[in-house]
Design a binder for this molecule. Structure first.
Ligand SMILES: [Mg+2]
Length: 229
């Protein structure tokens, strides 16, 4: 296992058809109340923690951070209550499962996602991808608000659980936004961008990933891009 491949979730492996984002907004409202002023912010590539901070600058960073567990519990409860609908409307992107299956046994693979851990687990479970990733060594949107800080979290968890320290280009970040690319580059990792999220292939290419793919439908090409030739 010469590579540690850290997978983004939304926009890279799957879509929940907006259900999760709506559940998060609803959970946030439950926690802050109906009248707290909520700023608009884009979600793609950001951690849940960062998104909540950006929605509520009036609460201050500490005001959000100290209540993060309340947001998570409300969000998780909301999503669990809608699990059947989430399962019905979520979809895995074409080729994603095949790429994950092709890499089994060749690389250690875990999520690195802005989703809080419990949320990532549900999203991956309802589409049947959870068993293809080592969820317990992943890094999540309740580990840190800044995505680049999630790479050392995953590396340390892998070290603790599997006794191997991955570093530099042996770590691969796969994601659908410039935030994913930036997160990998900040940590000296290999970066592979996939244009199945909100960013076009040209926009992703401008951020200079090691490889950029239109999607994951060509299994051999995707595997080669991720493993590095
Ligand atoms: Mg994404």
């Amino acid at each position: 296992m010469d590579r540690l491949i850290l997978w983004d979730v939304d926009g890279t492996l799957l879509s929940t058809d907006g259900i999760a984002a709506a559940a998060m907004r609803s959970a946030i409202r439950q926690v802050v109340g109906p009248t707290a002023p909520m700023e608009r912010t884009a979600y793609a590539g950001k951690t849940d923690w960062q998104i909540i901070r950006e929605h509520f600058p009036s609460l201050g960073e500490t005001g959000v951070d100290t209540r993060l567990h309340e947001f998570r519990d409300a969000y998780l409860a909301g999503l669990e209550a809608q699990r059947a609908e989430l399962q019905a409307r979520s979809r895995v992107f074409a080729g994603a499962r095949q790429v994950l299956e092709a890499l089994q046994g060749r690389a250690l693979m875990a999520p690195l996602t802005g989703n809080m851990a419990a949320i990532a687990r549900i999203k991956l479970e309802v589409v049947g991808l959870a068993e293809l990733l080592e969820l317990e060594v992943g890094a999540y949107g309740d580990d840190h608000h800044a995505r680049p800080e999630l790479v050392p979290v995953a590396v340390e968890r892998v070290l603790q659980r599997f006794g191997r320290r991955y570093s530099g280009l042996d770590v691969v970040i796969v994601g659908d936004t410039p935030y994913d690319i930036g997160c990998g580059k900040a940590n000296g990792a290999r970066t592979v961008a996939v244009a199945t999220g909100p960013y076009r292939i040209e926009e992703l290419g401008n951020h200079d990933p090691d490889a950029v793919l239109p999607d994951l439908t060509d299994t051999a090409t995707a595997v080669a891009a991720i493993m590095g030739g």
